[in-house]
Design a protein around this ligand. Structure first.
Ligand SMILES: Nc1nc2c(ncn2[C@@H]2O[C@H](COP(=O)(O)OP(=O)(O)OP(=O)(O)O)[C@@H](O)[C@H]2O)c(=O)[nH]1
Ligand SMILES: [Mg+2]
Length: 331
């Protein structure tokens, strides 16, 4: 199950109690206070972990508590600090405070961490004061976690056009592939690598879009948020026009859905790809499409592998030019 939102409650450990004790030896007439301080409570920390892909863990368990601090001891002995509780989330998790909606952190990169509830300070022992004190309670918070996948390229298109087939051919991902619409019901990432290149392109396959997707039709807009953060889109089309489909109309419908969703999806660079070129009607449809729209389009067959080499080159080209533009913008 792919879970991309979760509401959880976190509570950090309370500080340990300060100790109340007295020391007496045979040279001293009065007892001397010697109680040590309590240890601090553990923090609750969220960390982006590349091995985690959904927020599923937080669907079943919603309350998390870190360890309390240990009590102080006699002879000024300090209590043990409570253990931190580390919760692993997928990279791309945005952490909000549920009550105020305040965005606390966007855990974009692997290994990034945020303390979401700080442990309470330990109580003071009576060694330096009149009376020992209690530890302070740890912070408590309700959090809203929202996953927005981090990928370089988002594959968009109608259901059944071959998006998952393409992902499985280009990367080592194993998506479910079948000849009916909405086979893919949740987003999946795959990593495209190139020989002799250190760079890799992370690709996201999302469920197919249909007319009205931005208003929640089909699997709706709930997955479009996962391509909001991609650098560019691969718009995949079924050029065979199977099931009485018209590629020009399909193209315009998907562009309309992206525009209606907003959030800059339409402004992203787009690599237009015609799939299923192995089928008989595809060539004719392609020339009709090119005449009508006058757009550059890459013909491929995800099934036979035809045109995939060119596509990989084109993907790396768009990827590199995007990053170059970004670095110029940052300078
Ligand atoms: N002839 C032909 N069939 C293809 C090609 N690519 C994919 N298919 C077939 O098209 C059907 C749909 O493929 P999927 O990869 O599941 O399509 P999808 O776009 O991921 O579909 P959804 O997940 O439902 O949106 C499967 O039966 C594939 O075998 C191709 O290049 N040529
Ligand atoms: Mg699919």
């Amino acid at each position: 199950m792919f879970v991309d939102t979760a509401k959880i409650a976190v509570c950090a450990g309370r500080g340990g109690k300060g100790c109340e004790s007295f020391e007496r030896n045979r040279f001293k007439i009065y007892a001397i206070p010697s109680g040590g301080d309590g240890g601090g409570g553990g923090d609750v920390i969220l960390e982006a972990d590349q091995n985690i892909v959904t927020l599923l863990d937080f669907y079943y368990r919603r309350h998390f508590r870190s360890e309390k601090g240990g009590p102080g001891g006699s002879n000024r002995k300090k209590g043990k600090r409570g253990k931190d509780l580390l919760l692993r989330v997928p990279p791309g998790t945005v952490v909000h405070e549920a009550l105020t909606g305040l965005r606390l952190r966007d855990l974009k990169s692997v290994g990034e961490r945020v303390i979401v509830a700080k442990g309470g300070a330990g109580g003071k022992g009576n060694a330096d004061r009149e009376k020992a004190t209690e530890g302070i309670p740890g912070e408590e918070r309700e959090l809203l976690l929202e996953l927005r996948l981090i990928a370089d390229c988002g594959i968009v298109g109608f259901p059944n056009v071959g998006k998952s087939t393409l992902l499985s051919k280009l990367t080592s991902a194993h998506p479910k592939i079948a000849s009916y619409p909405f086979t893919t019901t949740s987003p999946l990432l795959g990593v495209l690598t190139q020989k002799n290149s250190k760079r890799s392109v992370v690709m996201a396959d999302i469920p197919g879009l249909i007319e009205g997707a931005h208003t929640g039709k089909g699997l709706g807009d709930q997955f479009l948020k996962h391509i909001e953060r991609t650098s560019f889109l691969l718009h995949l089309m079924d050029m065979s026009g199977s099931e009485g489909r018209n590629p020009v109309h399909d193209y315009e419908t998907i562009r309309h859905e992206l525009a209606s969703y907003g959030k800059g999806l339409l402004q992203k660079s787009e690599l237009l790809v015609a799939n299923k070129m192995d089928l008989p009607s595809s060539k004719e449809n392609l020339s009709r499409f090119q005449k009508k729209l006058k757009r550059e389009i890459l013909p491929i067959s995800a099934l036979t592998g035809e045109g995939l080499e060119k596509l990989v080159k084109a993907l790396f080209k768009v990827f590199t030019s995007h990053h170059e533009k970004e670095s110029i913008r940052k300078d």
